[in-house]
Each structure stands twice: as C-alpha cells, then as structure tokens.
Design a binder for this molecule. Structure first.
Ligand SMILES: [Fe+2]
Ligand SMILES: [Fe+2]
Length: 184
C-alpha cells in the first residue's frame, strides 16, 4: 500500500515536471498521466476483490438467517477495511470484536431454530459452531497478544473462507428441513 502510494506520487511528480519542461504538446507528460490513471484503476480493482460480495446462491431461504449472514459478511468487510487502510489497533480490535459478538448471536439464533423444529443433525451442527468459535477465538488471542505482528491479511482471508464455508456449506444442510417445517 505504501509502495503503491509512493509510486503514484512519483508518477504525478514525473507528469508535473515533464509538463513544465516539455510542455503540454509533448507526448511524454501524457504517458505519465496515463500510467498514473492505469495504476489507480488497477489498485482499485485489486482492492475491490479483497472484499466479500453477497450472492443469491448464499441464501438459505430463511429471512432472519440471510439477514444475519449479510451482516456477518459486512462485518468481515469492515475488518478488512480496518486492516487494509491500517486504521490502527483500536479500530481493528473493535471490528474484530463486533464480528465475534455477532457470530455468537447468529449461532444462537440458528441453534434455537434447529432445536425448536427438531432438526435431526442439531448436535453435529452445534458442534461445528463450537469449533468455529474456537478457531476465531484462537485467531483473536493471537492478535491480542502479538498485535500487528500477526499477519492480519491472512487472518482476514481465513475469516472470509470461514464465513463462506459456513453459509454455503453447513448452513445449506438445514435449509430444506427448516423450510419444510414452514420456517421462512
Ligand atoms: Fe449461519
Ligand atoms: Fe450454522
């Protein structure tokens, strides 16, 4: 990020100097301008790909659960923003805590629904939730003790996979059963 900013700055300075020395009629300053624009577009494109985007296929067909999943997705994106733009430890910690807290709320909502409607694989699903919370807590403990020494970009990538596997994998398993019980 810092290197890219420096490079963009250098290209802009290059454009400015060559405009002054060679004038606007010369092609060289315009090459600097084009290179700057190209680099900015490339950086924006690459940044965008680092964020999760909701897809219709993620839906489990139950409104409250889909709403939770969207919120979790946004919370991971907020964490990504905090990490990507190096907003500081306080913001990173806040974003991380918000994600963990809402994950607990969401898991409880799913578990209550499964239990209420007698979902046969309830215990196995609850066990998966426990494991997922343990994984995130381990990630959090490492962060709390080591701070920015922990490669946070890797932690974000892990959480992104973790959430998508949950939404698109394990949660799809109860979708049909709960919907057959009239849960929407
Ligand atoms: Fe879920
Ligand atoms: Fe789940």
């Amino acid at each position: 990020m810092i290197l890219t900013t420096l490079l963009i700055g250098a290209l802009l300075v290059g454009a400015l100097i060559t405009f002054v020395v060679l004038g606007v009629g010369h092609f060289v300053p315009w090459l600097f301008v084009l290179a700057t624009i190209g680099l900015v577009v490339l950086v924006k494109f690459r940044e965008k790909r680092k964020f999760l985007v909701w897809k219709d296929e993620y839906s489990v067909g139950i409104e409250a659960i889909d709403k939770d999943h969207r919120k979790l997705l946004n919370l991971i994106n907020q964490f990504q923003t905090a990490v990507l733009y190096r907003t500081g430890r306080e913001f990173e910690q806040e974003a991380f805590d918000a994600l963990v807290n809402y994950t607990r709320t969401h898991f409880k909502r799913e578990e209550d629904l499964m239990e209420e409607h007698g979902y046969p694989d309830f215990e196995a699903h609850r066990e998966q939730h426990r494991k997922m919370i343990a994984q995130v807590e381990a990630c959090m403990a490492q962060y709390t003790s080591e701070g920015r020494q922990v490669p946070l970009e890797r932690a974000v990538a892990f959480l992104q996979d973790w959430l998508i596997n949950h939404i698109n994998g394990t949660d799809q398993e109860y979708s049909e059963y709960l919907r057959s019980k009239g849960v929407r």
